[in-house]
Design a protein around this ligand. Structure first.
Ligand code: MN
Ligand code: MN
Length: 480
């Protein structure tokens, strides 16, 4: 990124140019990018839901010496610089800290991503039979274009909790030998009426029902024999009764692993890169921090972003504030609320969420000068929102200047980008939940093509630059 050259008080004339990251990096960094993305693909191919990501993230933290915060509380120990802790909310949201050298009240450097992705959830009483075919009824989760989810192989992930509290973890459709599931669509020959409908109306939400079986049970007294056979399989193989669906969280996601995309293998095609691409790069930055940071580092891996951050595991809850209070209490003597408020207000945050990339096949929705491009690095978004920046936290220019300094000095390839042209639509992230504490927050994440589709596209260079950016941000000592 070119910088302004000043000679005394004179600013030299220099044009600001946005450039492809591949012209700025050397062979050594290309190798780092590819190696990093091999691990990335493996990780997100395995951890597809918020619960799975949460659990695998904890394993990663523990390997690097992170301890559950309750360990310090129970032992009556205080935290000191370099100590590493985490808190979990209901196995779906995770917040981790590395205590910095400076007092925590001087502020933290926070990277916050979300680990839930758009998908199709199974209803509480889902199983039915129609015309001797068994289905699971669903309610989709997050903003999806429904037609994209038809006819592709789907997997079933989640938990069923029995009345006695025992839990069955479910993951069907990911191993080679596993069966998969699907949503059917109409053949073109009979789709005259359907084809005349809009894309939004062509597929009805209530009809997104998962095909789950077709063999009837050999029994005279059962009316719905196919459904009965599925119940038999559930009981025998998984020890689950139909009533147990009532206390389940089952999620339908695209089956299969991430793949390298393109003859040059420059991209990754995978499910749920919104926002596991930022969650993964964020946690990698945190566990790879080689020295004790000046400012306390904080990583948030949040649930429920895709449906508005509601619920006890969403960023709309008090969970973040509560764990910060616990952490401040573990860092200082004689806790009082003012210390917590100072810690939060003095903090800096990257709201690590994905943005849209310019798609040359759909140019009309973007304004080219201010849209992110593939391979141009991590995307910084000063404001999100829609219709006149509505609901955006709109970061301060002063903070944006700090971000420029941090990224440029760490040789991060980065760009700025808005989500679409003015009045085209819009969206939000968790940024505004954090901004209300008075901290500096800016959106900063990887750009995607086909965001919210079953398979999303990201550039390997951009993914690696996100990691580099989050690491530089967490390590920064705020000295200009
Ligand atoms: Mn997102
Ligand atoms: Mn999203």
């Amino acid at each position: 990124m070119p910088t302004v050259k000043t000679k005394k008080n004179k600013v030299e004339f220099k044009e600001y140019k946005r450039e492809n990251g591949y012209i700025k990096i050397d062979e050594k960094e290309k190798k780092l990018i590819n190696d990093f993305c091999v691990d990335y693909s493996l990780f997100i191919g395995k951890a597809k839901t918020e619960r799975e990501f949460h659990d695998d993230a904890i394993s990663m933290l523990k390997e690097k010496g992170f301890k559950e915060a309750s360990y310090y509380e129970k032992a009556g120990l205080k935290l000191k610089a370099g100590d590493k802790i985490y808190y979990s909310a209901y196995g779906k949201t995770l917040i981790a800290f590395i205590i910095g050298k400076k007092p925590i009240t001087e502020g933290m450097h926070i990277v916050g991503a979300h680990i839930d992705s758009p998908r199709i959830d199974i209803k509480q009483n889902p199983l039915y039979e129609n015309s001797q075919i068994a289905y699971l009824d669903t309610h989709y989760y997050g903003g999806i274009k429904k037609y994209q989810w038809l006819t592709i192989p789907l997997a079933l992930h989640g938990v069923i909790v029995r009345k006695d509290g025992s839990k069955v973890n479910i993951k069907i459709g990911e191993d080679e030998g596993d069966p998969v599931f699907c949503l059917t669509d109409l053949l073109p020959h009979l789709a005259q009426d359907q084809m005349r409908k809009t894309l939004a109306e062509g597929i009805e939400g209530e009809n997104l029902d998962i095909l789950i079986g077709s063999i009837p049970i050999n029994s005279k007294d059962k009316k719905e024999k196919v459904k009965a056979n599925i119940l038999k399989i559930l009981a025998e193989k998984y020890k689950i009764a139909e009533e147990d669906f009532l206390s389940s969280e089952l999620e339908i996601v695209p089956a299969g692993k991430p793949r390298d995309l393109g003859l040059d293998r420059s991209m990754i095609l995978a499910y749920g890169q919104d926002d596991r691409v930022c969650a993964y790069t964020g946690i990698k930055a945190m566990v790879n921090m080689s020295e004790i940071p000046q400012y306390t580092s904080c990583l948030i891996l949040a649930d429920k972003e895709e449906i508005g951050s509601y619920g006890a595991t969403g960023m709309g809850s008090n969970f973040f504030e509560n764990v910060c209070a616990e952490t401040v209490n573990l860092c200082i003597e004689n806790y009082n609320e003012l210390y917590l408020k100072r810690t939060l207000a003095n903090s800096w945050m990257l709201s690590a969420d994905v943005n849209s990339l310019f798609d040359p096949l759909f140019p009309s929705v973007s304004e080219k000068k201010n849209t992110a491009f593939l391979n141009h690095g991590i995307c910084v978004t000063k404001y999100t929102g829609s219709r006149g920046k509505s609901a955006s936290s709109d970061a301060n220019a002063e903070f944006m200047a700090q971000i420029r300094r941090i990224f440029d000095s760490a040789k991060v390839v980065w760009q700025t980008g808005e989500l679409g042209k003015v009045d085209q639509g819009g969206g939000g992230t968790i940024a505004h939940y954090m901004a209300r504490y008075g901290m500096q927050v800016i959106d900063c994440g990887v750009g995607l093509l086909s965001m919210h589709a079953p398979m999303e596209v990201a550039s390997k260079l951009d993914i690696y630059m996100a990691y580099k950016a989050y690491l530089a941000f967490m390590k920064d000592n705020r000295k200009q």
